[in-house]
Design a binder for this molecule. Structure first.
Ligand code: 2M8
Length: 435
């Protein structure tokens, strides 16, 4: 490894070390002081290269927050003494669900995040220095992973076409993506309809780099609606204003099912159910989420039964899960070049196409580069033999933190770091790219 790469890897390990809470890793020093679901999966994949015990611990501790119905919450509140995160447990009130954890067991949120966990578990095994211990770990986690995927298909595959829905923008992981604008605009909210709240994220970060207050009101509204329904999906689905069959969520689920099948095989268990789920979701994506005209996958607004005609970087994520045919992949590559997802003098990949009117190079999920999306697309390009694109994207993904630091996201025009400094998944995925 080159000296500059060695130095970058050491810095990345230092960040994970600083963000370690004793049993789990927080995503960022101050902005995100607890344990987040998909962050933990990405973080575990970084640890897997140099500290197998921590990698396993990261996932184990996350699954301690799992509900009795398999639901894996998007936050496990780790530091009960840390009050400065909004919304905390008092807002989620997950005790309203008979399936939520009891207060003495864990405090969690009432929404989920993209299912990268079986992928992380399999990744830990693949890179493990002690395979025996890693196999034992997989055997321990397997029932929990199965319960998690089964929850998704049982409770969220509303049309029985393999497409799992999300019911909150936070469930997508891409909170204020322009994809959600039209759907959120339909929701009429007044302050009287909301519990009093204060945004603590703005203590840390410039408001023009975060979601708007208008969006936050709608996030809080949707949180309250789910809790009023006691988190029972059969009630929530009836006429919830935000029900989306999201590309990224479903693509990651396809991949996670394939990885769960690999785990099952290793453990001598039946792998077929997970392959069947993977194929069903992949088919659902190809029939409902593929936009042949725009040559990219786009999410579907299930509440109003309409496609969401916005092109975002996550629209390429099906490449990562081997969902498109080779012919579709060639079409997607054209979009990658034509729709200003890349271009000379700019950093790839902006999270939203520059051709979209709502593209904003510094506002969170509306344009900035995110290392986790890049990491997915690098593998997606490799899957389809696009090694040149993969290598360019890899270089970009290393050069951004090298120049600007391990930021949460980056301005695609200037490469400047935005959001929180010392962000864990930027560090862990850089490690995965390097080691
Ligand atoms: C962001 O989401 C949280 C809400 O869960 C927030 O804005 O407070 C998103 O970028 C999400 O994808 C990420 O998991 C989380 C923690 O890094 O932050």
């Amino acid at each position: 490894m080159k000296n500059q790469d060695m130095a970058l890897a050491e810095q990345a390990k230092g960040i994970l070390h600083q963000n370690w809470l004793g049993t789990a890793t927080k995503p960022a020093p101050k902005l995100y002081p607890h344990q987040w679901s998909w962050d933990s999966a990405f973080i575990a994949m970084g640890y897997a290269h140099y500290d197998q015990a921590k990698a396993m611990q990261e996932l184990r501790s996350l699954f301690r927050g799992q509900w009795s119905n398999g639901f894996l919450p998007h936050i496990v509140f780790r530091q009960r003494e840390v009050k400065d995160y909004f919304p905390g447990p008092d807002y989620w009130q997950t005790e309203r669900s008979p399936e939520g954890p009891k207060p003495h067991q864990a405090a969690t949120s009432g929404i989920i995040q993209p299912p990268v966990h079986a992928t992380a578990a399999w990744h830990i095994y693949r890179h493990a220095s002690d395979k025996k211990v890693a196999k034992h770990f997989l055997a321990e986690l397997f029932p929990r992973l199965k319960a998690w995927h089964w929850y998704l298909y049982r409770e969220r595959d509303i049309d029985n076409n393999g497409l799992v829905y999300i019911r909150h923008p936070w469930e997508s992981g891409q909170d204020n993506s322009p994809m959600w604008d039209a759907v959120l605009n339909r929701i009429q909210v007044t302050r009287e309809m909301l519990p009093p709240y204060r945004r603590v994220d703005l203590n840390e970060i410039d408001g023009s780099h975060r979601p708007s207050d208008r969006d936050y009101d709608r996030y809080v509204y949707l949180m309250v609606q789910a809790r009023e329904n006691k988190y029972a999906e059969n009630h929530i689905q009836k006429n919830f204003p935000f029900l989306i069959q999201d590309v990224l969520f479903n693509a990651l689920l396809v991949k996670a099912n394939r990885d769960l099948a690999a785990i099952a095989e290793l453990l001598g268990q039946d792998a077929q159910p997970f392959q069947t789920w993977a194929n069903k979701t992949a088919q659902g994506m190809n029939s409902q989420l593929w936009n042949a005209e725009k040559r990219i996958y786009q999410s579907y607004d299930r509440a109003s039964q309409q496609p969401i005609p916005i092109s975002v970087a996550a629209g390429f994520s099906p490449l990562y899960a081997d969902v498109p045919t080779h012919a579709q992949a060639i079409q997607m590559l054209k979009t990658f070049y034509d729709s200003n997802f890349c271009g000379s003098g700019s950093w790839t990949v902006p999270s939203c196409s520059r051709q979209e009117a709502m593209f904003d190079p510094s506002r969170y999920w509306r344009g900035p580069v995110w290392i986790n999306l890049n990491w997915l697309l690098i593998q997606g390009f490799e899957n389809y033999g696009c090694y040149h694109e993969a290598e360019q994207l890899r270089q970009n993904s290393l050069e951004l933190p090298r120049r600007s630091g391990f930021y949460e996201y980056f301005n695609p025009d200037t490469g400047a770091g935005l959001g929180s400094a010392n962000f864990s998944w930027t560090a862990s995925l850089v490690l995965d790219l390097l080691l």
